[in-house]
Design a protein around this ligand. Sequence first.
Ligand SMILES: [Mn+2]
Length: 325
Amino acid sequence: MIDNFNELLSNSKVVGISGHIRPDGDCVGSCMAMYNYVVTYYPQIEVHVYLDPIPNIFKFFKNADKIEDIHTVSADKKFDLFIALDCSDGARLGDVFPFFEKATHTVCIDHHMTNGGFAEFSYIIPDDSSTCELVYNQFGKDKITKDIAECLYTGIIHDTGVFQYSCTTESTMDAAGFLMTKGIDYSKICTDTYYAKTMIQNRMLGKALLNCKTYEDGKIIAAVITAEDMAEYGAQSKHLEGIVQQLRDTTGVEVAVFLYELEDGDYKGSTRATGDVDLTVITGTYGGGGHKKAAGFSVSTKEPWKIIEEIVDMVKKQFNELGIN
Ligand SMILES: [Mn+2]
């Protein structure tokens, strides 16, 4: 934990909060939990939360309508304290980073093992379940309100796949159990934010599954969604969440790879592992990062299946080292 965290807040007049680009549940949850913490306990602070547009499913968070677009902020805006959440490095803050760098004090709370510590004060536990679990520890039970609990519970279930991934620990369950006592509708949160799929999402999942390829007797599975596929169904990148998990859940799969085309023609890659393959070694080749069993990257290519072949070769190398065959 960051021992002087509350002191840093007490001494600040203007505070900025942000998370990574293309925010997910843990990112939005931790940022909004932090925002609600500051407005609740430090009402004298001018606090701003900056994020890319968030998925609609997270708009029920208290004060989600207060999220601002960093591009509307004048370049000379100064922050006494800037808090980065769920961000492994400065680049992941996107256009927020210049403001973070200029802030008098900076804090980072994160659980990515590739985080080298880019803030003045860090609370980084690599491969902890979620940033939301760390934020819960940082706040302490006494400070958790129902509004904060909703944000944190949502982040935890998103980064643990509703408590199924191996990053889920006894402490994760203790935290989630305590959050449930705050009167949140945990059942609805799981259904509405995690399991519910729109028709477009289901169609894109179907497309990915129909066109997927397997390698090494089905131990590796890969799928690609092109911009053309997305245009056919009017899909956006946000409709592709969960596809890589579904690929990974296929019986016999050790490694799942999913590539989709971004608006600018580059590809975003997501990888998931069920066993001991270290995906950060693979995503690192493309300048990406993440966790051992869940990692991502972006790559400029016109031939996504070539990238997949490269990855298959790298996975095969690890299979050999690990004695998997
Ligand atoms: Mn996270």
